[in-house]
Design a protein around this ligand. Structure first.
Ligand SMILES: NC(=O)c1ccc[n+]([C@@H]2O[C@H](COP(=O)([O-])OP(=O)(O)OC[C@H]3O[C@@H](n4cnc5c(N)ncnc54)[C@H](OP(=O)(O)O)[C@@H]3O)[C@@H](O)[C@H]2O)c1
Length: 393
């Protein structure tokens, strides 16, 4: 990062330049273990000092960057602005006083973007730009004058005909396209990349004691290839490529690694978790496999991105999941909160499923940012309420 930029960021945050240089050195994380994916095995040992977030706790919360209170309008960019997570991120950023430059593939498609302008302050402080992940160089001018870039855009398709073209290229090349623009920019201080728990967890067997995954845990490419889980592979490859590129170019990159994200949709189309809930409750899904997923509330994922931007010491990866649930646990929650007739759901519950290997997610590093994750039942209830309001249940 250039000196002029360091000085400006230090002035904005009200911290000394020396402190800021130390923070930048840490934040760039060039010597950190999580840049180089270790062997894809899970460990039940305690996380490292860095994974426990001790270093972040060493820095008092009062020194968090408080851009808006410093009287400055800070511009940030959010890619994939029409998406489920990005819509929440934009909502929270606008509420916190940021000016948001959001990218979408088609700004004229009001069916995908109208909800953004009805957010509080959307009309005053939100701009939309056209950008496709595979359009080389298209982010270059968009990130100009932005201090933070939140890169959430990535195809989220579980079913594909040509995984290389539909998932892997946009995820990996698209991420590098965004990062290249950030590397050239004189304003970008930090890039926040949305990764996925699919870049952390791949093979867990029933034989082992419940393992814990940490920021140093990486999933296994060959496992996802063998399982033909192309979405998981695209997220793993994109995060790996991003970390290597950021290291090479000296970009301050922080990755947020959420589990399955649940909650109310702000955008008109349904997110992955709401689709799953709807399919179970309507009987569209006739077969349910028992799989354990780490779940998290969409509001918490958006908040985690913002805190990781605003916290000078934030660096590396942050696992972001409140609870690991297998399918019977999800069904129990649905039975408890869905008040309408549920013969289909009951039929799932009556058929005992074979047990699924579960795991624990270490969130000590995330908590060191000052976040308190909400119970996942709340997010699932919100998702059900939203489906009912839209007449889908
Ligand atoms: N939902 C989850 O449970 C979950 C869990 C872990 C991680 N994540 C990650 O979180 C991020 C957001 O996911 P989401 O659930 O909010 O999904 P989403 O609603 O489908 O949002 C994804 C966004 O990416 C955009 N996009 C896809 N391909 C693109 C391309 N070639 N060029 C430009 N934009 C493109 C989409 O634009 P269009 O609207 O034009 O298609 C959409 O706005 C993704 O990186 C995803 O991998 C999601």
């Amino acid at each position: 990062m250039e000196v002029a930029q360091s000085v400006r960021a230090a002035n904005v945050s009200g911290i000394s330049l020396l402190q800021h240089h130390i923070l930048l050195k840490n934040a760039n994380g060039l010597d950190r273990g999580d840049l180089k994916p270790p062997a894809p095995t899970l460990t039940a040992q305690e996380g490292s000092k860095e994974e426990r977030g001790v270093s972040a706790l060493d820095f008092p919360a009062s020194t968090f960057l408080s851009f808006c209170s410093a009287g400055q309008m800070v511009h940030v960019c959010v890619t994939g602005g029409s998406g489920f997570l990005a819509s929440w991120l934009i909502k929270l950023l606008l509420e916190r006083g940021y000016h948001v430059r959001a990218t979408v593939r088609d700004p004229d498609d009001f069916t995908k973007t109208a909800h953004l302008f009805s957010l509080a302050h959307g009309r005053e402080r939100l701009e939309l730009f056209k950008a496709d992940l595979l359009d080389e160089g298209c982010f270059d001018t968009i990130v100009e004058n932005c201090e933070g870039v939140f890169h959430t855009a990535s195809p989220v398709n579980m079913v594909t005909i040509n995984p290389e073209e539909e998932l892997i290229k946009p995820a990996v090349k698209g991420t590098l396209n965004v990062l290249r623009a950030c590397a050239m920019s004189k304003s970008v201080r930090r890039v926040l990349l949305t990764s996925s728990m699919a870049a952390v967890v791949s093979s867990i067997t029933n034989n082992q004691e419940t393992p814990t995954v940490y920021e140093s845990t990486w999933s296994d490419q060959s496992h996802w290839r063998a399982k033909r889980f192309w979405y998981g592979l695209s997220k793993l490859l994109a995060e790996e490529a991003a970390l290597c590129f950021a290291k090479e170019k000296g970009i301050d990159l922080v990755t947020i690694v959420p589990g399955m994200i649940a909650g109310r949709c702000l955008q008109p189309n349904l997110d992955t978790a709401s689709k799953l809930v709807m399919e179970i409750l309507t009987g569209k899904r006739s077969f349910l496999q028992n799989v354990a997923h780490a779940w998290v509330d969409v509001r918490d994922v958006a908040e985690a991105h913002i805190l990781a931007f605003e916290t000078p010491l934030a660096s590396g990866r942050y696992l972001c999941a409140r609870e690991v649930m297998d399918s019977p646990t999800l069904l129990e929650i649905l039975l408890k909160h869905y008040q309408l007739p549920k013969p289909v759901l009951q039929s799932f519950v009556d058929k005992p499923l074979p047990s699924a290997p579960v795991f624990k997610v270490s969130i000590r590093k995330l908590e060191s940012l000052g976040i308190n994750l909400k119970p996942i039942e709340d997010a699932i209830m919100e998702s059900i309420e939203c489906l009912i309001e839209r007449g889908l249940l």
